[in-house]
Design a protein. Structure first.
Length: 241
């Protein structure tokens, strides 16, 4: 039984250990890319909701409401298939040949779009938690909006944003499993294929669960260290003042 388990999880064929590790790497690539894209959308979305005009605020309210209300699986199906079809229709209308979108890029864009809605609200709340007096003091010294954000808002909001961003990162890693429905070769789909081929369903899904758990534990430690460091930096800055 033990040797059979080693055979199933061997890194070289006929074992499935190698393919599962590659699938885990693909899942992490998508999660990192989607999380980064979500952060970018979140920063722009949050600043626009706070400092933008009514049109920008209403548009972003609609975006965040829809994304948070509709299940991620439904959004992935709509964005993946609807986005691909719309893009190719537009290309054909312009006289270009349709294209086949890379699965990795499509996964990052789709999940990043979903992540952006949550990141917008997390970062907006963190920015609003920054004491208004610090912003007024920075502006009184003639700092530009970009400088104020880089030197005052960003460092001060990080401790407030990190807990939410930590949860958002874990959501990104788990949401990669939903891409199996569109045929992307990530960890969950690879696990299903390995289990279906060998009939060792319990073994492979336990291994996949252990992989996701490892990512969660390591991520929790790293985010906890980052949160402690940012809070320590703020206390040190306050003591110097």
């Amino acid at each position: 039984m033990q040797s059979s388990l080693f055979d199933l999880l061997a890194l070289s064929p006929p074992g499935w250990g190698g393919p599962m590790l590659w699938a885990l790497l693909a899942s992490l690539q998508i999660a990192v890319g989607a999380f980064a894209l979500g952060l970018i959308l979140g920063v722009f979305g949050a600043t626009a909701k706070i400092y933008g005009g009514p049109v920008a605020r209403d548009t972003l309210d609609l975006y965040t409401t829809i994304v948070r209300a509709v299940p991620e699986l439904v959004l992935i199906l709509i964005l993946y298939y609807g986005g691909t079809i719309s893009l190719n229709v537009a290309l054909e209308a312009l006289g270009y040949a349709p294209i086949d979108i890379n699965g990795l890029a499509a996964g990052i864009i789709v999940l990043g779009f979903v992540q952006g809605a949550y990141a917008t609200e997390i970062i907006r709340g963190a920015i609003l938690a920054v004491p208004h007096g610090e912003l007024e003091a920075a502006r009184s010294f003639g700092m530009t909006s970009t400088t104020v954000f880089r030197k005052i808002i960003a460092p001060a909001m990080l401790p407030h944003a990190l807990p939410g961003l930590s949860n958002l990162w874990l959501m990104a890693t788990k949401d990669t499993a939903l891409l199996a429905v569109v045929g992307f070769q990530e960890l969950t789909l690879q696990t299903r294929q390995a289990a279906g081929s060998t009939k060792a369903y319990f073994t492979f899904f336990i291994v996949a669960g252990a992989m996701y758990l490892t990512i969660t534990l390591v991520s929790g430690i790293l985010f906890s260290l980052a949160e402690k460091r940012t809070r320590h930096g703020i206390r040190s800055a306050g003591a110097r003042r």
